[in-house]
Design a protein around this ligand. Structure first.
Ligand code: ADE
Length: 472
């Protein structure tokens, strides 16, 4: 199992340990999903008295942390490996949810906490990859900001918030602030809970909450609200070809995709930071070139539905997988699950799933690491016969249905349909529109989805994977 490792170089390691251990983060450490290593910089001082600071050259108030102990502590932690190293400083770029999502993809992170008036610039130049601030105010040290960042990053790591999709789910409201919430009693200080919340009418409650979230965002964060409106407008435009564009509409509606480029017609580039995946459509070849040039550096996968875009990316040494058929379920009714024993998978099932689904069968980007993360995110279901797993299905990190497999002796008994139904119902519960891409060769799977009530997009789809040769 992968453990994400956080190292914090600090003069107050007990602050980090005591600050984070009693929380959700502490429980994730116990489960080995993450590890927290608070390193005392003072232990690396070569001074007889453990001194780590000195006066700044050129004068000025206060003391400066010296280069040597910080450097040696860093070297001890990294062992000379290149590990992303964050210096928490009010002079850094602002820490945002986007930054947290980006950093949550790393296997290992080092945080350097400054004290006094700062740290000798030379050691920062040699060790630091990112300068990040938690806001425009100055604290007495870097420990609190480091804890803030670790908390925000760790809760995005699959498994940390429990096996329930939690951090992925919340994204539906990502572009809006939370709506107001109420608990018992119904009346308090003469203030009543809004009537609609007592009505038991789910649809009305959802509408009310969305409206409240919009009003609140518009009043308190007009900047966020503008972004939300821009996405809503693009969703409307994409809805003209809903079957072809459902993957992009859902990425936007679920709050997972950002708009990197969109023109008024039919050239759009979306980016899902969390899984380093882009989705693009291009009206023509010239538009395709624009899209190809705007792909973020760290893009690993691109989903396209225009032949010219596919060809352009292949020329740029992406490897093409496909063609795929995109299918979507536009009804609201839940599907019947006609199999008794279907439940979420646990990491114990990883070898079974990988044995049957990794390598070529799984398609681009699907390896054991990926499957492990999907299991930990609570996004994979298994069908069991007498306690033995006989099949599985799941929800991909960018939101599509997939990873369907049923063992040969158990096929043609409705198990695949039941697994699909389970995932579909889960998505419907969240107000999502279920969709997926199926290899065009996999006629059995396409037929199954048609039987379940899915529609087929007219366009053909390809996944493009960045090859190593391309990333130089
Ligand atoms: N160290 C002191 N103040 C800070 C801030 N606002 N953000 C990050 N690190 C800091």
């Amino acid at each position: 199992m992968r453990t994400t490792r956080f190292h914090v170089l600090t003069l107050f390691p007990e602050m980090i340990v005591q600050g984070l251990s009693p929380s959700v983060i502490g429980r994730a450490c116990e489960k080995n999903i993450i590890s927290l290593n608070a390193v005392n910089i003072r232990d690396y001082s070569t001074d007889r008295h453990g001194k780590t600071d000195d006066y700044p050259y050129g004068g000025g108030a206060g003391m400066l942390m010296q280069a040597q102990p910080v450097y040696d502590a860093h070297k001890a932690v990294t062992g000379g490996k290149k590990i992303r190293t964050i210096y928490v400083t009010p002079q850094g770029i602002p820490f945002t949810q986007a930054k947290a999502e980006e950093l949550a993809k790393e296997d290992e992170l080092v945080f350097i906490c400054g004290h006094y008036e700062g740290i000798d610039e030379r050691v920062l130049e040699e060790t630091v990859t990112d300068y990040i601030s938690i806001g425009d105010y100055v604290l007495t040290g870097g420990e609190l900001p480091a804890m803030v960042m670790i908390d925000a990053i760790a809760r995005l790591i699959p498994g940390v918030l429990g096996n329930d999709f939690s951090s992925e789910e919340e994204s539906f409201h990502n572009d809006l602030l939370e709506y107001p919430q109420y608990s018992r009693p119904e009346q308090w200080h003469g203030r009543k809970v809004p009537e609609v919340l007592l009505s038991g009418n789910h649809k009305k409650v959802t509408e009310w909450r969305l409206e409240q979230a919009k009003q609140r965002t518009s009043a308190r964060r007009p900047d966020l609200y503008r972004k939300y409106q821009e996405k809503q407008q693009l969703i409307k435009r994409l809805a003209v070809h809903k079957r072809n564009n459902i993957h992009m509409m859902e990425g936007l509606a679920r709050g997972q995709a950002e708009i990197l480029y969109s023109d008024a017609v039919s050239t759009v580039l979306l980016h899902n930071r969390r899984c380093k995946t882009c989705m693009a459509i291009a009206a023509d070849e010239a538009a395709g070139i624009t899209i190809a040039e705007k792909l973020p550096e760290d893009t690993e996968l691109v989903m396209v539905s225009d032949f010219c875009l596919k060809e352009l990316l292949v020329q740029r040494r992406f490897k093409a997988y496909g063609p795929y058929v995109q299918m979507l379920y536009t009804r609201r009714e839940v599907l019947p699950v006609r199999y008794r024993d279907i439940r979420p998978l646990t990491p114990d099932h990883l070898p079974y799933v990988c044995g049957r689904y990794c390598d070529d069968a799984g398609g681009p980007g699907v390896d054991s690491e990926y499957i492990r993360a999907r299991i930990q995110a609570g996004a994979m279901y298994g069908a069991f016969a007498e306690e033995r797993i006989v099949g599985f299905a799941g929800i991909h990190s960018e939101g599509s249905l997939g990873m369907l497999f049923v063992e040969e002796p158990f096929r043609r008994q409705g198990i695949a349909a039941a697994l699909e139904a389970c995932a579909v119902n889960r998505m419907l519960e969240k107000g999502w529109t279920p969709y997926g891409q199926i290899s065009a060769e996999n006629t059995a799977s396409i037929k199954l989805q048609e039987k379940l009530g899915f529609y087929r997009a007219e366009k053909t789809f390809w996944w493009l994977e960045k090859t190593l040769a391309n990333s130089t």
